[in-house]
Design a binder for this molecule. Structure first.
Ligand SMILES: [Zn+2]
Length: 76
């Protein structure tokens, strides 16, 4: 009857593997909240995202972007 035990162990192991895979996915989920800068691809600080949820750039790139936008707008 060792076959049955082996099969049961395999099943338990399979469940554990599934559980580990599921937990691993859960751990990676916060990456959706943690965004990367549109320009320099560095992670945008969480406190910046907390204050500006739609922030696409880090503080430096946003400042640079707005500066360039202002120049562009002024030239029109
Ligand atoms: Zn940046």
């Amino acid at each position: 009857m060792s076959d049955v035990v082996d099969r049961a162990n395999d099943l338990v192991q399979q469940r554990l593997d599934d559980e580990m895979a599921r937990r691993h996915r859960d751990v990676e989920k916060p990456l959706v909240i943690h965004r990367f800068c549109f320009d320099c691809e560095q992670p945008i600080p969480a406190e910046r995202l907390a204050s500006i949820q739609s922030a696409k750039r880090c503080v430096e790139c946003q400042a640079l972007f707005e500066e360039q936008e202002a120049i562009r707008a002024g030239r029109r």
